[in-house]
Design a binder for this molecule. Sequence first.
Ligand SMILES: NC(=O)c1ccc[n+]([C@@H]2O[C@H](COP(=O)([O-])OP(=O)(O)OC[C@H]3O[C@@H](n4cnc5c(N)ncnc54)[C@H](OP(=O)(O)O)[C@@H]3O)[C@@H](O)[C@H]2O)c1
Length: 438
Amino acid sequence: MVAPLKVGIAGLGTVGAEVVRLIEQQGAALAARSGRGVRVVAVTARSKKKRGLDLRGVDWAESPQALAEDSNVDCFVELMGGADDPAFSAIETALKAGKSVVTANKALIAKHGLRLAKAAEQHGSALNYEAAVGAAIPVIKTLREGLSGTSVNRVYGILNGTCNYILTRMEHEGLSFEECLKDAQRLGYAEANPSFDVDGHDTAQKLAILASLAFGTKVAQTAVYVEGISSITPEDLRAAEELGYRVKLLGVAVRTAKGIEQRVHPTMVPKSSSIAQVMGVTNAVTIDGEGIPPITLVGPGAGGAATASAVVADIADVARGIRATPFGRPVDSLRATTKAPMERHEGGYYIRLLARDHAGTAATIATRLAEQKISLESIVQRHRNDGDVNGSAKKASPVPVILITYATSEDAVHRALKAVQRDRVISGRPQVIRIEKN
Ligand SMILES: NC(=O)c1ccc[n+]([C@@H]2O[C@H](COP(=O)([O-])OP(=O)(O)OC[C@H]3O[C@@H](n4cnc5c(N)ncnc54)[C@H](OP(=O)(O)O)[C@@H]3O)[C@@H](O)[C@H]2O)c1
């Protein structure tokens, strides 16, 4: 009879408390599946407040560091959050002591993942972090183990529930970004300071981790181009709908002839694609592998129970004795990656302009695009509603013109739009959204 795996948990908040409950509830099933029992032997948090957990017979460690050093703990579970200490030092200590580590901390893995993976390799420990990306969606395991025989060409996804919730409400109800953000904050889907989510940085951290697993590159958040969703308007979402697209905040990592491109930005995706069906706070990741049709994983990307499900699965792997290399291959073999210059990005573009109502405006825009060899897949010109209630004409207001281009370079789009602005045939700044085809 193998002795149970003795687990120490640092952090008893939304996720940690659910992990304690799930291990309790799933005890028999976990033992059957892992061939070994799993027992929480010690915990720690900032305060000893009541949490509705049955912690009889469980030790209280004075600090995360003390828990990491506890010789009675086999597996150290970090659920405190934060990219640095105390999480970082405690995890490093646990790994160096030969303990396996499970964490849900994307910020820490994005920043210190390589150093910690090296420590795990050197000490024969596991470093599992399934819940760090897409919570309950088993995307780390899919890339690291399930697809280890497949060459991945592209991985992309909706990795932030807050942004997808906002875009879904904007699309369905015609509301502005600001109105939907306020609602998301009221409902607890967005932080009081929402910048980390809506400006794309949360997605970038997760994408950097997925890119490393997919392409064997070093995790580097600084190599990700990042743009958030605050410039998206209900008008863009209406136009996307009419043209057969939806707008999503995507994290995209793709193999190109010039290297691995990692980018986070609002993206038009065909309405027929799997990723376009993903609404509200749900997350999804699509993986394009060589010779196989795309695989899309969809599920809850946050929440105590959903995140705990992935954390406990990681603990079960430790109990089974599985020691997967944290990034799918030895840290020393991971290649450095740099930020791909977006001017060189190639793809289709959505462009929304406010065209001045002058004779020759359409011809000028067409000429500037043609000079940059940009061909158009579609063009939509909105009718100007310039009559008052009695039908008399007001001063002509600009007319929205929406263009969808065939694949071209970002550089060419910028040059064409600069020329159009110099020609003074449009007012305001053009809106440009990249298109991702499936
Ligand atoms: N919540 C989600 O939906 C979700 C989804 C995916 C991943 N994650 C990740 O899971 C981790 C935990 O998130 P959470 O939502 O559970 O956070 P949380 O509710 O804020 O809980 C954090 C826990 O850590 C404890 N803690 C914080 N600093 C500490 C310190 N210096 N020493 C000891 N204990 C400390 C807190 O103690 P007190 O309770 O005493 O304050 C609390 O119990 C984070 O890395 C997060 O990114 C969360």
